[in-house]
Design a binder for this molecule. Structure first.
Ligand code: SF4
Length: 361
């Protein structure tokens, strides 16, 4: 038996004091939910505070330029979230009011089922359960669910269990309590069952092996990518390229020019200089390898060979791209991928000497 009042009593005593829990402003709650996607609370806090200092209301965000928003987002990753936030803020400004129903929130660009349920319940007391990774883990354990929690059947069972724990008087707190429990007690490893208010009804705790749940999902195979990054310098500046607005990934962010030269040991068809021309335009000449960097992006393990390079062109770039020179101060204002920082740090005079490579390409 799981009782909402036990969960809420625990939450009232043990909740972490976080800035988005001191407000009912839907904009601030929404912003926190978007920033917290795939990102830890400690990482989000400084970004959240800085963002709200600059954009204290949804109207301020709606009227801002995307470059300034992306620059404030820089370092938080997953830039698509910032673009969708901006698009939704503009829609809210057009509507003249923040939608307060699940349907109204779901109609905003980029707002999915989780975010809509979280904002509706926390800001507007709509009695709807949320389902995120923490809730999936807690409830998979309570039910001793042997199925992949993302499967349709498992999802229905998890949502029913979450609804059972929802106090209709305090739906936002019920949802936050379940997420908090997953983040603090019901951790992936060594859950603290003795302190848990759900223990009396938890089947996994009774079985004695809660870590067995949630059931494992099939893992995507990791891939090893070898890249060449070309650094073109002039008078203290570095040439950066801005991705087209319609890029599927990292649209509008600035990058050092790069190409893939090998995936899982299979070499690319084109030589790096020709591939750089195909991607960015111009004629490229690469110097010897100057540094090496490792970088991970989701399931990709990147091995990056950094070369200083020369580019001959008349300033023309491929359609949709932009190119500009930036010094260190200019770069600090840009939305940049973290790989740019790593590459430039590896080239700086203070960087440890590059080890020679034993493998020839
Ligand atoms: S009793 Fe243990 S396994 Fe069950 S929900 Fe609580 S912390 Fe998780």
């Amino acid at each position: 038996m799981r009782r909402p009042e036990d969960l809420l009593a625990w939450f009232d005593l043990h909740r972490r004091d976080l800035p988005w829990r001191r407000t009912r402003d839907p904009y601030r709650i929404w912003l926190s939910e978007v920033m917290l996607q795939q990102t830890r609370v400690e990482t989000v806090l400084p970004f959240y505070n800085r963002f709200l200092e600059r954009f204290p209301t949804v109207g301020d965000l709606a009227s801002a330029g995307i470059d300034e928003i992306l620059a404030l987002w820089s370092g938080l990753g997953y830039y698509r979230r910032a673009r969708q936030l901006h698009a939704a803020a503009r829609r809210i400004a057009e509507l003249g009011t923040f939608p307060s129903t699940l349907e109204g929130l779901l109609a905003l660009p980029g707002i999915g089922a989780y975010t809509a349920a979280a904002v509706a319940s926390i800001a507007f007391d709509v009695a709807v359960p949320v389902m995120d990774g923490n809730v999936e883990r807690v409830l998979s354990r309570c039910l001793a669910l042997d199925e992949d929690p993302k499967s349709g059947n498992a999802r229905r069972q998890l949502l029913a269990a979450a609804a059972e724990l929802l106090d209709p008087e305090r739906p936002g707190d019920s949802n936050q309590a379940l997420m908090e429990l997953g983040a603090t007690l019901c951790s992936p490893r060594r859950p603290k069952c003795l302190l848990c208010p759900l223990r009396p009804g938890c089947r996994a705790a009774r079985e004695g092996d809660p870590e067995r749940y949630p059931a494992a999902r099939a893992k995507r195979q990791g891939e090893r990518h070898r890249l060449v990054v070309a650094v073109v310098e002039k008078e203290g500046g570095v040439l950066l390229f801005r991705r087209p607005e319609d890029s599927a990934l990292l649209a509008g962010t600035w990058e050092l020019p790069w190409v893939t030269v090998e995936v899982d040991g299979v070499p690319a068809a084109e030589a790096p200089a020709a591939a750089l021309t195909a991607r960015y335009g111009g004629r490229w000449t690469l110097g010897p390898r100057a540094a090496g960097v490792r970088h991970g992006i989701t399931y990709r393990d990147l091995e990056v060979d950094v070369h200083r390079a020369a580019l001959a062109w008349g300033g023309e770039v491929r359609e949709g791209w932009a190119a500009e020179w930036f010094d260190a101060a200019g770069r600090s204002e840009l939305p940049l991928s973290s790989l740019v920082g790593k590459v430039l740090a590896a080239l700086s005079p203070e960087a440890p000497a590059t080890r020679s490579r034993s493998r020839r390409r």
